[in-house]
Design a protein around this ligand. Structure first.
Ligand SMILES: Nc1ncnc2c1ncn2[C@@H]1O[C@H](COP(=O)(O)OP(=O)(O)OP(=O)(O)O)[C@@H](O)[C@H]1O
Length: 210
């Protein structure tokens, strides 16, 4: 099956059941994950990334494009994630941040520079390669973080409240850009959010862990 499939997933903390979920997200589709604080939304994303903290355990399988990725190392899963904070590297330029996401390319530096320039154009930030990330607005940082993640060519996208720090107008803009870029790449998206407006903009499919 194409897309992301969480098959009979259960997560426990210290042996105590935290959550159970069975869900499929098709390529280009967004599934919103909602529920009260502490219910395990971020933990669910960690389980899919392969980065569960010690003390947590899981059963079930995670499938991505028909491949069982449950036991793969995090970096081999091809799952991208965006957090509430953009987490751009402060000591690298915007272009350096983007190049960091790039897999090794034939063609060396020139090819990398061209790829970064094309990526900046895709998010409306032509000419920003040399900029210090500290000089960017919140919305610009969010776009760079999105593109850095996409350049690693993930096959699925996890979003952990990436819009919650932005004001209402910017939030809608960044949200549309994230969904549009994910759709253009036919990525299945799991969106953790507390905001019903996010879930509605995402297409309205919601799983409530509460
Ligand atoms: N590294 C950790 N070690 C131990 N317990 C943790 C760890 N991270 C989270 N927890 C606990 O696991 C439970 C689930 O946390 P999680 O962050 O997944 O919830 P959440 O639904 O994402 O909450 P929020 O909406 O507040 O972000 C909580 O009780 C939390 O305190």
């Amino acid at each position: 099956m194409e897309g992301l499939h969480l098959e009979a997933l259960t997560i426990a903390r210290g042996g105590v059941p935290l959550l159970a979920l069975d869900a499929a997200v098709a390529p280009g589709e967004v599934l919103s994950v909602m529920g009260p604080s502490g219910v395990g939304k971020s933990t669910l994303l960690a389980a899919i990334m392969g980065t569960l903290a010690s003390g947590f355990s899981m059963t079930g399988r995670v499938w991505l494009d028909g491949r069982d990725i449950t036991d793969l190392a995090p970096e081999a899963r091809r799952v991208g994630i965006l957090y509430q904070e953009e987490l751009l590297f402060p000591h690298l330029s915007v272009g350096g941040n983007l190049a960091f996401g790039l897999p090794r390319l034939p063609g060396g530096r020139a090819a990398r520079r061209a790829r970064v320039a094309a990526a900046l154009a895709e998010i409306g930030l032509e000419g920003f390669a040399g900029r210090d990330p500290a000089t960017l607005s919140g919305g610009q940082k969010a776009r760079v973080a999105l593109m850095r993640m996409l350049l690693a060519e993930p096959r699925a996208l996890l979003l952990d409240e990436p819009f919650s720090r932005l004001d209402a107008q910017l939030r809608a803009q960044v949200r549309e850009m994230v969904f549009a870029r994910a759709k253009a790449r036919a990525l299945p998206v799991l969106l953790v959010t507390h905001d019903m407006a996010d879930a509605e903009a995402a297409g309205g499919r919601v799983v409530d862990l509460g």
